[in-house]
Design a protein around this ligand. Sequence first.
Ligand SMILES: [Zn+2]
Length: 274
Amino acid sequence: MQRRIFIKNASLASGLLLISPLMADCSPRNEEFPVMDLHVHTTNDFTIENILEIGKREHIRFGVLDHPADWAIKDDADLKSYIDRLRPYPVYIGLQPMSPGWTKRFSPELISKVDYVLMDPQTIPNGNRYGETLHIWEFDTYIDDPEDFMERYMAHIMEVLNNNEPMHIFGWPLFLPVCIARDYYALWTENRMQQIITAAKKKNVAIEINDLAHTPHEKFILMSKEQGLKFTFGSDTRNQKAGRLAYCKSIAKKCNLKPEDFFIPQRTIKGGIS
Ligand SMILES: [Zn+2]
């Protein structure tokens, strides 16, 4: 349950530190590119019905995620009931693993039944010189040395991108822990960004534009686009904020993204958004 609780802190922190001036276009309809939010979660208080209500009202297609973990989807039986529970609804069904090696929990046949896998690099084993596993969305993430952290973070990102497990979307790209977030533009050197883009391209994964974190920034999106990568919008919400996507829409407009620049899961879904 930790992640579900701490995410509240992360959203609070993001709000404090990364308030963006790019809020001009908040209109729900956008004819220039398909507006989908492929990163929402359900909770006991925010159900699939609530998500569909927003989808209908705002004309947005949603993709629902849950985590392979002991406290969420722990085995084939859980995965099957997760898929069966969502299948009747007009939403994409995804998984959000947090650590490499996650496929060991499930049979490949069952994994192939989900529409997509979004993986992020936010859980970093041995993430600082104290040997701690960092959950970098947590407000109190401890970084002793920013450059040393960046080396460990980059190594972890490469491990996430360079493995053979299924993955379609790279989530939370370039997000930094709160204590070093103010140094974002200095820490994300061109060289580091290029390493990520090269690995993402090799694995053929799309880049999530994350509405909660306001990452990645314009330059990274333009570099990725130039090299043929696709994008998705993700709010990482589990409440009424689902589908707002103000940052996603405004940065996509600024970067002149077109329908063909977006990754859309293969399954055809009808209804639910009008
Ligand atoms: Zn998530």
